[in-house]
Design a protein around this ligand. Structure first.
Ligand SMILES: NC(=O)c1ccc[n+]([C@@H]2O[C@H](COP(=O)([O-])OP(=O)(O)OC[C@H]3O[C@@H](n4cnc5c(N)ncnc54)[C@H](OP(=O)(O)O)[C@@H]3O)[C@@H](O)[C@H]2O)c1
Length: 200
């Protein structure tokens, strides 16, 4: 398959590229790096990316910006970032990408465990993650030409915890997290949220 990975240069994205590149042709998209650049927060940038690469068999997103902050301190900009980038950016990959994905092709988006297991400071991230799960579940009913859409829900990634100076013991490695993305792309499910620990 020819697979576009948006966020391919990130912690999870690099592991997904590693997991898929021996069997599939990968087009790596990043914000600054990668084969092609895209800004998820801009519809015209997403459209330009699809125009420049043409048809693909699958689109994976391992991108999406949203920030931690206490509920009392969340301002409009914090909501805007999560809603325009992590949420609508990934939804727009499906809306604008449908015409560029082959019959039977798939979209795999990234939500996250904080939708169902929130923590103080996670309000906007949890909100975006929950909406992404609902988007995949509902849009799957109406995608035509056999196209599929799913969301992967990662837990805290060990490498991210290490970067943040946390004990990574409770996390899942990026390589193990990538297994859920492989399952979503190579499987036949649609409308599902794939909890990353279930695919290790
Ligand atoms: N890491 C975790 O513990 C964890 C846990 C649960 C959920 N998640 C979710 O998983 C996703 C990836 O997380 P990560 O930790 O792998 O992220 P990351 O290491 O920060 O990587 C982010 C990736 O997204 C790209 N990117 C940044 N801004 C972008 C924009 N405006 N438009 C398009 N691409 C952009 C980056 O490209 P450049 O390298 O070119 O800047 C990079 O490839 C996020 O949605 C995150 O919420 C992560």
């Amino acid at each position: 398959m020819k697979i576009l990975i948006v966020g391919a240069t990130g912690t999870i994205g690099k592991a997904v590229v590693n997991a898929l590149s021996s069997k599939h042709q990968i087009i790596a998209a990043g914000f600054d790096d990668g084969d092609v650049q895209v800004d998820l927060g801009s519809k015209s940038s997403i459209e330009a990316m699809f125009k420049s690469i043409g048809q693909v068999d699958a689109v994976i997103s391992t991108a999406g910006l949203a920030g931690f902050a206490p509920f009392n301190e969340l301002d409009d900009a914090a909501y805007d970032l999560a809603l325009t980038n992590k949420l609508m950016g990934q939804i727009n990959l499906v809306r604008l990408g449908r015409d560029y994905v082959t019959d039977g092709g798939s979209f795999t988006l990234t939500a996250g465990i904080l939708s169902r297991d929130p923590m103080p400071g996670s309000v906007v991230i949890s909100t975006a993650n929950g909406a992404l799960e609902s988007f995949a579940r509902s849009a799957a009913l109406e995608l035509d030409r056999g196209q599929r859409v799913n969301a992967v829900s990662p837990v805290f990634v060990k490498e991210t915890m290490e970067m943040m100076g946390m004990d990574p013991a409770s996390g899942l490695s990026a390589a193990d997290t990538a297994k859920a993305y492989v399952a979503a792309v190579e499987g036949e499910m649609s409308g599902k949220t794939l909890d990353a620990p279930d695919y290790v």
